[in-house]
Design a protein around this ligand. Sequence first.
Ligand code: NAD
Length: 509
Amino acid sequence: MSPEPSEVIANEAKALLDRLGVVPSAFADGGLPARSPITGALLASLRETSTDEANAAIGQARAAFLEWRNVPAPRRGELVRLLGEELRSAKVDLARMVTLETGKIVSEGLGEVQEMIDICEYAMGLSRQLSGLTLTTERRRHRMMETWHPLGPVGVISAFNFPVAVWSWNAAIALVCGDSVIWKPSEKTPLTALAVQALFERAAARFGADAPAGLCALLIGGRELGEILVSDPRVPLVSATGSTAMGRAVGPRLAARFARGILELGGNNAAIIAPSADLDLAYRAIAFAAMGTAGQRCTSLRRLFVHTDIYDALMTRVKSAYTSVVVGDPRRDGVLVGPLIDAAAFGAMQAALDAARASGAAITGGERISVAGDDAYYVRPALVEIDVQTEGVRRETFAPILYVMRYSTLDEAIHLQNDVPQGLSSSIFTLNMREAETFLSAEGSDCGVANVNIGPSGAEIGGAFGGEKETGGGREAGSDSWKAYMRRATNTLNYGTDLPLAQGVEFDV
Ligand code: NAD
C-alpha cells in the first residue's frame, strides 16, 4: 500500500483548525514544525513565541490576575462553565486534532476531550466551595479562621502525550481560584494547543468584560519558553508535566526563588496479580494499561508481578491479547495501538529491549511494523519475561514494553513494586480482602495512585492525581488539589477589650 500523501492529513488538520477558530497566520510559515506521528507528515509550521513576547505575556497575565482575583469565585466558575460548553460543542473536532497530532486512537482522543469537559464541570462546582476553616482559639473574645486567596499567574508546562487534558486540569482549577494562566505546551503538539486557546477565547468573548485580556496566554516553542516561566518571579506557581529529567531541571530553579511547583513527572507503574485474581478481568486490564496509547501514558503499566501459581494461566491470556491486538493507523476502526510519537521514542524502545535481551530476558513483540512509510514508527507491543528487576526495568521507557516477573509472597511483590525511583500508579488484582487492604495500607504501595482490581492507568478527575518520589510529589485535578493554586491566610480577630497574648506571654507597657 503506498503511503498517504502528506497533503491529505495536512489539509484535514487545517480544516479542523479553521473550524476550531484558529487563525491561519498562527500556523503558516513559522519555524516550529508540527508533524503527525500517523504518517510522519508535516502538518504545519508554527510561528514561535519570542522571548520578548513571552515576557510581555507574563506581564499581561499579572495585570489580568490583579483584576480577575476580585471577580467573585462563582462568577469565575461561569467562565469555566462556558469553556466546558465550547469543549462539548467542539469535542469531535478537537479529539480528531488530538488523534492527528499524537497518534491516539479515536476513542482515546475523545476520552481526552471528555476529561477536559469533566474538569470544567468539576471546577464550576468547586467555585462555590473554596472554603476555609474556623478554628478554636486560646484567647477569649477572639476568632481564628483561614481564608483562601488567589495566588497569581500560574505557569503550565505540559507533555506531548496528554496535549490538552493537562492544561485543563490546571487551567479550570486555577481560573476558578482567581489565577491567570500561561501555558507552554509540548513542542511536539502545538496545534492542539492553538485549538484549545481559540476555544478559550470563544468562551471568554461570550463571558464578557469581566474576563481581562491575557487571562489565559499561550507560548508556542521549545523548553526555553518553559525556562522563562520557571525563572520569572511574577509566576508564583509552575505546574510542570513531563519527564523526570525535566523535573530535575525545573524543581531546583523554582526552589531557588521560593516559588511553588506542581511536578507531574515520569512513572514506572506496576500491577500485582495474586493467586485469587479474577484472571479474565486482570488480563483485559493489563492489555489496556500496557498497550493503550502505545504505552505512552505516564500511568502506563510497565511492570507486572504474577504469582507463580497462576503465571502460566494468566500469561496464556496476556500473550493471546498481545498477538491479536491490532496495531495501525489510529484513525481506522478496530485499531487499538497507534504509532510512537517519533523516531527517538522508537530508538529508546529498541535500546531498552536490547538491554533486556542481553540480560537473558525472553521477549515477544517489540518489532517495527510497516504501516505508513518510513517516517512513522509503529511497533508491536513487547512482553519481556525477566527474572530480576534490572536497572533497565527500574527506568521509565516511554513505549509499550511490559516487563513480567514472578513472585511467591505478597511481601516480596510489594517490595519489588516499590523498589523503583518513581511512585506514580499501582494496582493489585486479588479477591482476598487481606491482600487488598495490605496493598492499600501504609506498608503497601508507596505510589500516589493505588488501585484494586483495576489497572494503574486511566485516572478520574475527581481524585487528586500525582505521584511520589521521582514522580515529583505534585497533585492536580480533584479532591483538595485546588489549595495549591491559592494562598492561605490565617486570620485572628479580637472583638474584646483586652489584649491577651498567645501562649500567655505578658508584655505590660
Ligand atoms: P519532556 O520532559 O520531554 O517535555 C515536557 C515539557 O517540558 C515540554 O513542554 C518541554 O518543552 C518542557 N521542558 C523540557 N525541559 C524543560 C526545562 N528544562 N525547563 C522548562 N521546560 C522544559 O516530556 P515528554 O516527552 O513531552 O512527555 C513524556 C514524559 O512526561 C514521560 O516521562 C511521562 O511519564 C511524563 N508525563 C507525566 C505525567 C504525570 O502526570 N505524572 C503526565 C504525562 C506525561
